[in-house]
Design a protein around this ligand. Structure first.
Ligand code: KIV
Ligand code: ZN
Length: 403
């Protein structure tokens, strides 16, 4: 058993795993969601946590969007020495120049430029023909490539783009100098099989596909962002775009902590490594939640407050006997100090006994039974049973035994 997992087979002895790059867009796509705005200082704090955690690429913002965004991207570019720092740009010359200026001082700068490719966007939003968009791709990617070595190009709404045309756009972007090709599920419309197949086809059909790294970028409108991201990796992509706590436009983006731990815990069927120090996931989640004042839902995978909490008697009994019964990863592996057995109306005797022991009580069988009956009655009336409540009922129990 590895430190991170409770039941995955050990990777030792297996063939080496492929490395998957983690591209964090909390400060760009994440910050774009309503109400998630962060101050300059908060953005720097989040960037520091992301860098410490081992994120490969930090998308620091959209420099043309505002002077504030430009300043934040520039400051992060100067500050971060390990990760690549990316700035987003539409397929517009002024955007690309501004993004290039903002990331200029980064140790590893990247310009990320995008244009829509789907018929819906071409007709209703861009009002451009397919041929016009191909010309735009060639021109704008080449402009970005004149500014930096590392250029990512995204086909916005790729999953609603006919595959033949998507192949032509990808070929043009690589020819113009793109080093990473991102095929986003912009509106969260794809299902895993389809998204996996799209990457397989593009990589097979585009003649210069081997010159670029392919990337997944999934939105969560149908709750499939993580599943789609993993499917895209199986289809040959080697970069995952994601955000801490899954924040992002509408229903959000694929959650970084979920993709990282899915690859870690299920390395037996998903043989890919990330460079992420998972023990910092909880810290990163708290930093982002505080910075953008977005609470994390209690039952959120990996970082929700209930992710390592057990209340039912059957589960608590199992956990007291062996933690692999109801946990597939250790809380410590994601930066949580320990599993919690929450005392409530579903708790059983075994957990109650263990709780009393932890609180320093050593009761005989009759006393324990009596206290347990009182505890159950209290738990039926009260939503949260705190340690003080248990203390009070046990003390009352002991006092009545002495009367
Ligand atoms: O969802 C999307 O298509 C995007 C692009 C800008 C990459 O966020
Ligand atoms: Zn997006």
């Amino acid at each position: 058993m590895t430190d991170a997992t409770r039941n995955a087979s050990s990777p030792q002895g297996c063939s080496p795993k492929d490395r998957v790059l983690i591209f964090d867009t909390t400060l760009r796509d994440g910050e774009q969601c309503p109400g998630a705005t962060m101050t300059f200082e908060e953005k720097l704090e989040v960037a520091d946590v992301l860098d410490a955690m081992g994120v490969d690429i930090i998308e620091a913002g959209f420099p043309i969007a505002s002077d504030g965004d430009f300043e934040a991207v520039s400051a992060i570019a100067r500050r971060i020495k390990r990760a690549t720092v990316a700035g987003l740009a539409r397929a517009i010359s002024a955007d690309i120049a501004r993004a290039g200026e903002a990331v200029r001082h980064a140790a590893k700068p990247r310009i990320h430029t995008f244009v829509s490719t789907s018929p819906i966007h071409l007709e209703h939003q861009m009002r451009k023909s397919e041929e016009e968009v191909l010309e735009i791709i060639t021109k704008t990617v080449a402009q970005a490539r004149n500014l930096v070595e590392d250029v990512e190009w995204s086909a916005m709404d790729a999953t609603r783009t006919p595959i033949d045309y998507l192949c032509r756009t990808v070929e043009a972007a690589i020819k113009a100098g793109a080093t990473t090709i991102n095929l986003p599920d912009t509106v969260g419309y794809a299902v895993p099989d389809e998204y996996r197949a799209m990457f397989r086809q593009i990589r097979e059909r585009v003649p210069n596909a081997d010159k670029a790294i392919f990337s997944v970028h999934c939105h969560n409108d149908l709750g499939l962002a993580v599943a789609n991201s993993l499917a895209g990796i199986e289809g040959g992509a080697r970069q995952i775009e994601c955000t801490i706590n899954g924040i992002g436009e509408r229903a959000g983006n694929a959650a970084l902590e979920e993709v990282v731990m899915a690859l870690r815990v299920r390395g037996d069927v998903l043989p890919y490594d990330t460079g992420i120090d998972a023990s910092l996931l909880t810290r990163a989640s708290k930093a982002v939640s505080t910075a953008c004042s977005f609470p994390v839902q209690y039952n959120k995978a990996i970082v929700g407050r209930n992710a390592f909490a057990h209340e039912s008697g059957i589960h608590q009994d199992g956990m007291l006997k062996n933690q692999t019964t109801y946990e597939i990863m250790t809380p410590e592996s994601v930066g949580v100090s320990k599993t919690s057995l929450v005392m409530g109306k579903h708790s059983g005797r075994a957990a109650f006994r263990s709780k009393l022991k932890e609180m320093g009580y050593d009761l005989g069988d009759n006393q324990l039974e009596d206290a347990f009956t009182r505890f159950k009655a209290l738990a039926d009336r009260k939503k949260h049973v705190y340690d003080e409540d248990i203390e009070a009922l046990v003390d009352e129990n002991l006092a009545s035994a002495h009367d």
